[in-house]
Design a protein around this ligand. Sequence first.
Ligand code: TNX
Length: 484
Amino acid sequence: MPIPREVVAGAGAPFRVVPGVRLVTGDGPAEISLGVLAADDLGRRVGFPLDLLMGPGGDGQTIRLSLDPDAGPADADAAERYEIDASADRIELAAPRLAGLVRALATLRQLVVAGPDGVLEVAAVHVADAPRYPWRGLSLDVVRHFVSVEQVKAVLTLMSEYKFNVLHLHLTDDQGWRIALPSRPRLTERSAQSEVGGGPGGFYTALDYAELIAFAAAREITIVPEIDMPGHVFAAQHAYGELTGSGTPVEVYAGTEVGFSHLHRDLPATAAFLADVFGDLAAMTPGDYVHLGGDEIATMPPDEYAWFVRTAHDILRAAGKRVVGWQEIAAVPLGPGSVVQYWDQREPPEPIVAAAAAGARVLLSPGARVYLDMKYDASSPVGLDWAGFTELRDAYDWEPAELVPGLPPEAILGVEAAVWTETISTRDELYYLLLPRLAAVAEVAWSLPERRCWAGFRVRVAGQAPHWQDEGLAFYRSPQVDWP
Ligand code: TNX
């Protein structure tokens, strides 16, 4: 899960994962780091430590990770493709790049199963695999309810198991400001201790943020941070009264209505604010992309809105970043290579198709399919329903290339699930909404359409449940699946 391109069962005996099994990597620094991560991860899965060796290795039961420019399906991009060959005494994981080896490890982890005598084993098999889309994301709202560094790491671990490669952090909104920025300390001094419902909130220090980036990078996941503007800005206007029309800071907002706060182009403080916050965030972010928000702004003239999007875009481009924005930015002509994130299926698709024709790439986050904060059905104890109910099959059974009429398939950069946290305040509530739908989105984004089918998915997803239980992750026992 997600289903690979090619899986061919071998004829020989399985590889038995017993104490003494060695993990062998090349001796480049990145390969060694990966080996350490792999030994730790597989060691936790199998219940005893694996010996880690660098260089040529030796004989005995060996799991070998190697970089090989020709490994994986030759017609796929080299970035993440990989192959696995498992036989009785060797498991070979090979990929052109480190990212492919990380994806191969995610597959290997799922191939380890208890044999007839209870000993863990990996059946003889050949796997050749590569992703359909280069962007397979999850957007996490850490504002409406704060999500701690430890919890974000746990989400990253789960994402890596299903081969996601982008974590989009929604860091600012009306209810709070969650990232400390050196040029604007008041944002977190004044506007981080709030959240929906009046809870304590929280924020990430620069060090926390760097730690999350490193934790994600080790799993070949890129963090794409978002500062949302020109709407969703009460937290900014609470910290800096100069950003409001009256000059007086607004009150902290702990409600869940959207669409009514906004910045003002004509205030003297506004341009400097944008330069500071986007400049700082770009400087703290090694990834190529920064998200400028741009959503749900009901009460701003189009030319003023366009000024905000273009100004933020120009600041980010000058800092060497590419720009992502919610679909509303499609109304503003931006340079080629900008990313428009489609979410609101209630709106006409034409502006998105036009933006793609002008060189934008499109990221698909259709509300009714991949907004994992939607309820499963009327009885779900948490979640929203503005996009309808989203049962597991709804999240799975759709074809990205057919979603937006008139959009050429080449314009699609990938698929990103989203989880907004208005109704989510505990870890169990978060995982209850994520699982099992996150696995469905993973397969939509990773697997080829001809490899996907609901009948197969519903069986394979049931096979993931014991692992979620072992990890203490809550999940929704969808009636569409026969759970173990
Ligand atoms: C829409 S999606 C929003 C968020 C809400 C979400 C709730 C988007 C760009 N904006 O502000 O949290 O719906 O599902």
